[in-house]
Design a protein around this ligand. Structure first.
Ligand SMILES: Cc1cc2nc3c(=O)[nH]c(=O)nc-3n(C[C@H](O)[C@H](O)[C@H](O)COP(=O)(O)OP(=O)(O)OC[C@H]3O[C@@H](n4cnc5c(N)ncnc54)[C@H](O)[C@@H]3O)c2cc1C
Length: 324
């Protein structure tokens, strides 16, 4: 592993960005835990982001992108390099053109829950299956967020992104090879997504949004500090079908177990919550214990769905813009 590069102000001082050195990341995630970013940068323009990425690339500085932090655990020691946040208006704009023939372009920093409501208000169908999922548009695309009613992929037409070299690319959905909680996104930052939204009966769309949201509320501990499902639902080698990770965790006797401030939800075994004062290390230790117990009990290995940012993997592969 090469020596870590220290980020200096020269990287951003002449750019149209807001930058905070040694920025606490915990408050920007749903877990509310974890360490600091060496520097947190919120670009105000796409040009500033492009130049920033080009400079990071040529100075060998790792870039990560933070969405709403709903699927993210930052380890307690924090991360080096640059963390980008797309919370300025240039990255949150929505161009509502869903007339059935044109796509609707939405900035990657936009709040998905608000978009679901707004599209229903406008009588546009295509996003209601995502009701209640906390995300930015970029995070929802990257994770192909979804659930029992459908996923993000089903209405994405294409995305616009900046590659790790700061090059603009537009990628059609077909090339993103969307799958269960994943897609083949090249390393870089999604800056906008185009959705195929179709006009429909506003009353019907609102009803569907409510149905999806009510179902989610009745099955998941939405008020806990968590990052949603800790593990992906695994394929059971015996049946070849996807098995519920929550059920396996329950069968392994891990519901309600805790380490430090971290606990496995009694409501949904695949949610690892965090009490006040708990740490990212508590969460990682409990997730590991759950993984081991399920493996011992069922012979099935659970893969994490939650993305973990840690110093340990830094610069292990400089083509990556994030730690998997
Ligand atoms: C209470 C709760 C309920 C949840 N329920 C669900 C659910 O029902 N279904 C579901 O699928 N998920 C669920 N989740 C998880 C989470 O909502 C999704 O994974 C969501 O897509 C995360 O989006 P985000 O913007 O918060 O991304 P973050 O958590 O900030 O980041 C996740 C990953 O996406 C990357 N990323 C973020 N923005 C971009 C971008 N612009 N370009 C490229 N990469 C980017 C990050 O680098 C990181 O690798 C839940 C989470 C919580 C806390």
């Amino acid at each position: 592993m090469s020596a870590l590069v220290t980020v200096t102000e020269n990287l951003w001082s002449d750019l149209d960005v807001e930058a905070i050195a040694d920025a606490p990341l915990g408050p920007l995630t749903w877990y509310g835990a974890g360490g600091h970013a060496e520097v947190l940068i919120a670009p105000r323009t796409i040009e500033a982001l492009r130049t920033l990425m080009q400079r990071c690339r040529s100075n060998d500085i790792q870039v990560r992108v933070l969405g709403s932090g709903a699927n993210l655990l930052v380890t307690d020691e924090g991360v080096g390099g640059v963390v980008v946040r797309l919370n300025h208006p240039a990255f949150q704009k929505a161009d509502w053109l869903g007339d059935g023939t044109s796509t609707t372009r939405i900035g990657a920093g936009a709040d998905l829950m608000k978009l679901v409501q707004e599209s229903a208000r406008r009588g546009l169908g295509g996003l209601s299956q995502l009701a209640g999922i906390p995300a930015t548009v970029g995070g929802a695309v990257r994770m192909n967020a979804g659930g029992s009613f459908g996923d993000t992929a089903q209405s994405v037409h294409s995305i616009e992104m900046l590659t790790i070299d700061g090059e603009d690319r537009t990628i059609p959905a077909a090339e993103l090879d969307f799958g269960y909680r994943q897609c083949a996104l090249p390393v870089g930052i999604v800056v906008a997504a185009h959705f195929d939204l179709v006009p429909g009966n506003p009353e019907e769309i609102r009803k569907h949004v409510k149905e999806v949201f009510d179902y989610k509320k009745s099955t998941q501990p939405m008020a806990d500090r968590s990052a949603g499902c800790m593990f992906k639902n695994p394929i059971d080698p015996a049946t070849g079908r996807r098995e519920s990770a929550g059920r396996l965790i329950d069968l392994a006797g891990m519901k309600g177990q805790s380490i430090g401030g971290a606990f496995v939800s009694e409501r949904h075994g695949n949610f690892v919550g965090l009490r006040e004062g708990g740490t990212a290390n508590d969460i990682l230790a409990l997730a590991f214990a759950v993984q081991q117990r399920v493996l011992d009990h069922s012979g099935i290995r659970l893969d994490r769905e939650v993305v973990v940012w840690s110093k340990r993997c830094e610069n292990a592969d400089k083509r990556r813009s994030e730690v998997p």
